[in-house]
Write a protein that binds this ligand. Structure first.
Ligand SMILES: [Zn+2]
Length: 238
């Protein structure tokens, strides 16, 4: 069976926007004419140094004498590193190559439910944590992708600033492009927002559900019901 390793342009927004890739990576891609290029460690270090200077100024503006406080003196660099290496990792790295396989006649739902999500809202820079469930239906001559690629897509777009609605669309769009020939894609996110529980109304325990359905998931109520029922089954088996 021939494996097909490809790179897809899955970006759905302008670079530099809170849910897009960083302007530094976008510039490097433009210069190389290749979406597979990566920022070097040295280039990431420059971003960390620059961001640390500005976060130090942010603390100073809040009246924190961080430079003389042993617990805070390295905080600007720590925060900058956390953004670049973890919280916003998906802004600084390209999506890994995806290997696709012929679907070989399988025409049912391919679904992965309850993928852990750690993200951040671009309104308040507070964390969003929850679960993402994704599914697609390969077409007659369509292709399937390795299961872990679905997890990687969620990580890639989750590890950026976004609002949950944008994140739902971004994950849906990427799966739609990568699973060529599909006849339906479904994405559902159930997540709690720290900006709701820790500020503003301070309501603990509230969660937000969003869903983006296309193709047969949108047109056929039985297939739609199967998707949501699969999430319920997976949740019971956790
Ligand atoms: Zn928020």
């Amino acid at each position: 069976m021939k494996k097909d390793k490809k790179r897809y342009d899955v970006e759905v927004t302008d670079s530099g926007f809170a849910n897009g890739i960083s302007t530094q990576l976008a510039q490097k891609i433009a210069e190389a004419g290749n979406t597979g290029v990566k920022l070097t460690q040295e280039e990431k270090d420059v971003i960390v140094e620059e961001a640390a200077i500005h976060f130090g100024s942010f603390l100073t503006a809040l009246g924190v004498e961080w430079e003389g406080d042993p617990n805070s003196s390295d905080t600007p660099r720590r925060v900058a590193k956390a953004y670049v290496n973890d919280l916003w990792k998906g802004r600084f790295e390209p999506l890994p190559d995806v290997t696709a396989f012929p679907s070989d006649g399988y025409d049912g739902i391919v679904q992965e439910s309850n993928i852990p999500l750690t993200s951040m809202c671009s309104h308040h820079h507070q964390t969003i944590t929850g679960r993402v469930s994704v599914a697609y239906i390969p077409g007659p001559n369509g292709q399937v992708v390795g299961l872990s690629k679905l997890n990687r897509i969620v990580e890639h777009f989750g590890r950026r600033g976004a609002i949950q609605e944008q994140l739902t669309v971004a994950i849906h769009s990427a799966i739609h492009k990568i699973c060529e020939g599909n006849v339906g894609v479904a994405v559902q996110i159930d997540a709690g927002h720290n900006c709701v529980s820790c500020r503003g109304t301070k309501h603990q325990g509230a969660s937000m559900q969003t869903a983006k359905l296309s193709g047969n998931f949108r047109q056929d109520s039985n297939i739609r019901a199967e998707f949501f029922n699969n999430i319920a089954i997976a949740s019971r088996n956790k």
